[in-house]
Design a protein around this ligand. Structure first.
Ligand code: UDP
Ligand code: MG
Length: 338
């Protein structure tokens, strides 16, 4: 079942197969899932007459991920292996992978097979129907802790409210994008990247397809709570300054209550009622101190990001690349013949 998010009248159906397809798969310590991933990818690639490339980005793994994907890229010409100089994080690994792609249509998916490659044909059908972005929306999420599900549930709702940008709920980065959407996304070179928010921001014609998200095929999650929290902070700070506005509101509210309190104390004093003050002074010092530090912390998050952006360092560094780039001329030739 699928839900359209853009009126069909302003979309132009393509009604043809894509000239070429690229897959971007970030891998971080994924040696346990790689053999099965490769098998499933081989099955997928065999279905298509147009050229397919799979860009496996090793995000500085410490296990056998890199030797394995190097071996795969030697044996299967459709596999391109890219190794980052260190662990730059999932969102940056995706960005690196997208920079490497040449296909007319690009799909991002996780290595752990929680984003089933078997859904790609359905996504391509929506692309043929004129959509530029087709994302997988999770109907059911197996194998995730209740805490993680609750965190995701709360995050999407809060984000939508304060950022004023609708990021489809219960989605990850599993999505198909047309070349023009990829180019638009890649033109946004901000350092702290929340890819699914950025894809929503670029607009164009987007559509969800629903699926039941299976459990990770093997291995353990590479997104512990700490990383998910950092991603949420990156998402909020890169899309809205609402937390800073909240700090101003808090300051105003506190000042208002302080004035009220002073008024009440003066009136009581005139009426001859005195409050011995030690406890209340301590309480207000602690409260105000805490408030000021929190506000300073929020400000610091933004200042730190401005500092990092100002440094203009590259988003990532590549250590090695192995495998042939997708040849778009031969891709077009093959398409013309078929
Ligand atoms: N990943 C990555 N770099 C990281 C962490 C994760 O490239 O620093 C990759 C990981 O190999 C996987 C994808 O990002 O392909 C999503 O990670 P995971 O499946 O562990 O996240 P979860 O599904 O548990 O949220
Ligand atoms: Mg996963």
């Amino acid at each position: 079942m699928s839900t359209a998010t853009t009126p069909c009248c302003i979309r132009t159906p393509r009604n043809r197969a894509p000239n070429s397809l690229s897959l971007v798969i970030p891998c971080y310590n994924e040696e346990d899932v790689l053999p099965e991933l490769r098998r499933r990818l081989q099955e997928l690639v065999a279905q298509y007459s147009f050229p397919v490339e799979v860009v496996l980005v090793d995000d500085g793994s410490k296990d056998k991920t890199w030797p394995l994907i190097c071996q795969y890229s030697q044996e299967d010409t459709f596999i391109k292996a890219v190794r980052l100089a260190r662990n730059f994080g999932h969102q940056t690994a995706i960005t690196c992978g997208l920079d490497q792609t040449r296909g007319e249509v690009v799909v991002i998916l996780d290595a752990d097979l929680q984003d089933p490659p078997e859904l790609i044909p359905e996504m391509i059908n929506e692309w043929k129907d004129g959509y530029d972005v087709v994302y997988g929306q999770r109907r059911k999420r197996s194998g995730e802790s209740a805490a993680k599900k609750f965190f995701a549930f709360a995050f999407y709702r809060i984000f939508e409210k304060i950022a004023g940008l609708q990021v489809p709920r219960d989605t990850g980065d599993f999505r198909l994008m047309d070349r023009r959407a990829v180019d638009a996304l890649q033109s946004l070179r901000e350092r702290h990247r929340f890819v699914r928010g950025m894809v929503s921001w670029i607009g164009y014609h987007q559509k969800a397809i629903q699926y039941d998200r299976p459990e990770r095929f093997a291995g353990v999650t590479k997104y512990p709570f700490r990383k998910s929290l950092f991603l949420a902070i990156d998402a909020i700070t890169s899309f809205t300054y609402a937390p800073l506005r909240l700090a101003s509101y808090l300051g105003l509210a506190t000042s208002f209550f302080a004035f009220m309190y002073i008024g009440v104390v003066i009136i009581l004093k005139i009426c001859g009622i005195n409050f011995p003050g030690y406890t209340s002074i301590m309480a207000s010092i602690l409260l105000l101190g805490g408030l000021q530090l929190t506000v300073l912390g929020i400000l610091g998050e933004y200042v730190g990001r401005i500092f990092e952006q100002g440094q203009q360092r590259p988003l990532y560094l590549v250590d090695q690349v192995q495998g042939e780039p997708l040849d778009s001329t031969s891709a077009e030739r093959k398409q013309a013949q078929s």
